[in-house]
Design a binder for this molecule. Structure first.
Ligand code: ADP
Ligand code: MG
Length: 256
């Protein structure tokens, strides 16, 4: 079964086409890089995968995640919440609650769509607390569990966000530019963490990256968007200089 299936997806914002008929599939257990220059439509495509954005109407327009419809013909599926609960999001701006502990931030993943104000101390079960510590162990931050989230570095906060998605028991993780604001060492640790949860937990990961180097290092396949169209879809090893030059302009540098 495919983890994600997208067919004939079109989206315009105030008349301007941003996605121009995207059809792609992602296998379960894959770690896929979604690349392309700024403004090519990567984030917009990611938001369609969890139904945060609805496509334009189209007879063949469809998004399925884990075999369930998220949206079809530009309308949200009626059981979209159940599907969304299995999709974890990781963003460039980690979205942690600064004044809460690292562990509580992870526990919030267990709340699903319950409002955050219900996360009072003592609200979580011992079993949930143990699971949160296990998730922190997996991302290499167990010893930081009791610290305030705000005291951690950017890269550590991003790994807390990944642990939160683990706590949510997400089967698919959509990471949109997770390393865009991080230094090289933190970027490496975040990418290794995504790779570890992909390999050890079998979680399907889609990661948008604007540095092709990281895609090469951590993903086997890439899908590249260019002006809202799929310009490349294949093994990373097939991304040659000509393709990259078309994607990013002739001045593209593979090393920073
Ligand atoms: P990327 O993530 O690849 O940088 P985006 O998906 O964020 O690209 O954006 C693709 C294009 O769609 C851009 O031109 C952007 O300005 C436009 N766009 C994205 N979201 C909206 C929106 N909500 N309203 C209007 N235009 C948008
Ligand atoms: Mg983006």
């Amino acid at each position: 079964m495919s983890a994600i299936k997208v067919n004939a997806l079109q989206k315009s914002f105030t008349g301007a086409p941003v996605l121009k008929g995207i059809s792609v599939e992602v296998e379960q257990g894959e770690m896929l890089a979604l690349i392309g220059s700024s403004g090519s439509g990567k984030s917009t495509l990611m938001r369609h995968l969890s139904g945060l954005t609805l496509a334009d109407r189209g007879p063949a327009s469809l998004v399925e995640v884990l075999g369930r419809k998220v949206q079809q013909h530009g309308r949200a599926a009626s059981d979209i919440r159940r599907t969304r609960a299995r999709i974890g999001h990781v963003f460039q701006q980690f979205n942690l609650i600064n004044r809460l502990s690292v562990q509580t931030n992870v526990l919030i993943g267990a709340l699903g769509r319950v409002p955050v104000w219900r996360s009072l101390p003592g609200w979580f079960t011992d079993a949930e607390r143990r699971l949160a510590l296990e998730a922190l162990e997996l991302v290499g931050l167990r010893e930081h569990a009791m610290k305030r989230a705000s005291t951690l570095s950017g890269g550590q906060q991003q790994r807390v966000a990944i642990a939160r998605a683990l706590m949510q028991q997400a089967e698919v993780i959509l990471a949109d530019e997770p390393i865009a604001s991080l230094d090289p060492e933190s970027s490496r640790l975040v990418m290794e963490t995504l790779q570890r949860i992909n390999r050890e937990r079998g979680i399907t990961v889609i990661v948008t990256l604007h540095q092709v180097d990281y895609a090469r290092q951590y993903c086997r396949r890439a899908i590249a968007l260019r002006d809202g169209e799929v310009f490349f879809n294949g093994p990373i090893s097939a991304l040659d200089d000509t393709t990259l030059a078309t994607l990013y302009g002739t001045a593209h540098e593979t090393a920073e």
